[in-house]
Design a protein around this ligand. Structure first.
Ligand code: ARG
Length: 478
């Protein structure tokens, strides 16, 4: 190790900043310093921002138009090389910015050296990265909308499908499966909102902040901001080069969305298990066991559940990188990219898999209904009836209903199978009308309050969700 470090240390210094240096870096230093292995993903953003910067330098007569044109042509050539996979990325050139600039200068000669006028890698990377995160936000939002469309499609099919609603994972009250799915539509709707909020806040341009203090050249920051689709230049040069809150906000929104995905994935694992049999995940998203031939494992759902750890980890990683950094730029910030790439890639993949699983799953309405029917899920309806029809206070009614449940349990009966005589032995004010509210369909249908589970409400909620979340989108036939 030490030997190779020394050997490398005798390398010539870097041609882009080597004036100050006698020798190049140690081999281990080169490895810890280089980001090209991952930041090459910023190449489109880097060249796009360089084009905007170059056009501004020409228009403000900061560089000769002739050189500017050569730079723009050279950047086109570099773009093509990278796009076609012919570009040779070099670790010795550290990052995407120096790889592009070095190649540009090789292609067009000295004029290439004018591109970096009135700019620093600090405002350059901040700009490139904002552009990348902005695209990632748009991509994630579109995938969230795809998932909502799939959920809404299945909710429409199951607006009246009865299932047990749970609290503490104990049967609570009958709900409709459509209603259950729409709960996730709302969660993913807020996730989209968080993405949009983050986008609006991040859409200011750092370019022109230069290293940290601004520049003495007569640049036009409004021009570059506009060309790059930003709303305005960032107000403070120190802030522009040294905060990564936009990336943190994206990761925070991504972590919350991943948490939602993970909950839905967990339910898929539980609901597709042999004990529940509410759902069957399609072959496309299940796997078999190498030893147990009967097994169908919900690996897709399990991996969606597990990969949440990566996204949440990415948020933690970048939060820790950023805490305690003094103004302005520090090289620590180079560690911003991998967590963001990891978070964005993972969330995109898990959203895609979840959308496929939701669209493909088979729903076992009979098993859902039977489960709802079997666990005294209408005990609250009985209590409510006692309040409404027999004049009991809710507390008294709760007690009476509880005693009738105990009686049913002892006799191994469903609530609606307990005889009227037995019920009246507990509370004489009960009449045969009570049986009208003990069925699971009636129970669900009675929950007509706003946001409630009745099929009529659910159908209205579907129409509202389509309007609110899918807007102009073509309704997916699922
Ligand atoms: N690769 C660097 C990064 O991602 C670019 C900025 C380097 N700036 C510097 N002053 N060394 O952060």
């Amino acid at each position: 190790m030490a030997k190779s470090n020394k050997a490398k240390a005798r390398q010539p210094a870097n041609r882009l900043w080597g004036g100050r240096f006698k020798t190049g870096p140690a081999e281990a230093m080169e490895r810890i310093n280089a980001s090209i292995g991952f930041d090459q993903r910023l190449w489109r953003q880097d060249i796009t921002a360089s084009r905007a910067h170059c056009r501004m330098l020409i228009s403000r007569k900061i560089i000769p138009a002739r050189d500017g044109k050569a730079i723009l042509k050279g950047l086109d050539a570099v773009w093509k090389e990278i796009e076609s996979g012919r570009f040779h990325f070099r670790t010795a050139l550290e990052d995407i910015h120096m790889n592009v600039e070095d190649r540009l200068t090789t292609l067009i000669g000295d004029a290439g050296g004018r591109l970096h006028t009135a700019r620093s890698r600090n405002d350059q990377v901040a700009t490139d990265f904002r552009l990348w995160v902005r695209d990632a936000v748009d991509g994630i939002e579109a995938r969230l909308a795809d998932l909502q469309a799939a959920l809404i499609g299945r909710a429409r099919e199951h607006a009246a499908t009865i299932m047990p609603g749970f609290t503490h994972l104990q049967t609570a009250q009958p709900v409709t499966f459509g209603h259950h799915l729409l709960a996730y539509v709302e969660m993913f709707g807020r996730d989209r909102g968080r993405m949009r909020d983050a986008r609006a806040r991040m859409n200011e341009c750092p370019l022109g902040a230069a290293a940290l203090a601004g520049t003495s050249f007569p640049i036009d920051r409004k021009m570059t901001a506009k060309e790059l689709g930003f709303d305005r230049p960032m107000a403070n040069s120190l802030d522009a080069v040294s905060d990564r809150d936009f990336a943190l906000e994206f990761l925070a929104a991504a972590a919350i969305a991943s948490g939602h995905l993970s909950r839905l994935a967990e339910e898929m694992v539980v609901f597709s298990s042999e004990r529940f049999r509410f759902l069957r995940l399609s072959d496309a998203f299940s796997t078999g066991s190498s030893i147990m031939p009967q097994k169908r494992n919900p690996d897709g759902a399990e991996l969606v559940r597990a990969k949440t750890g990566r996204v949440m980890g990415a948020l933690t990683a970048l939060s820790v990188v950023m805490k305690g950094l003094p103004l302005a730029y520090s090289k620590d910030m180079q560690e911003d990219k991998e967590p963001v790439f990891e978070g964005a890639d993972t969330l995109a993949l898990t959203l895609e898999v979840m959308t496929g699983m939701v669209a493909d799953m088979t729903v076992n309405a009979e098993a859902m209904r039977a489960a709802a029917d079997g666990a005294f899920s209408t005990a609250t309806d009985l209590a409510d009836w006692l309040v409404r029809e027999a004049g009991l206070t809710f507390r008294q009614a709760h007690h009476v209903s509880g005693r009738i449940v105990r009686l049913a349990e002892e006799k191994n009966l469903r609530l609606d199978q307990v005889s009227l005589a037995d019920m009246r032995s507990v509370e004489p004010r009960i009449t045969k009308d009570v049986f009208g509210v003990l069925g699971v369909e009636r129970s669900a249908a009675s929950r007509v309050s706003e946001g409630g589970t009745s099929p009529a409400r659910v159908r209205k909620a579907i129409a509202a969700a389509e309007k609110r979340y899918l807007g102009g989108r073509r309704k997916k036939a699922l």
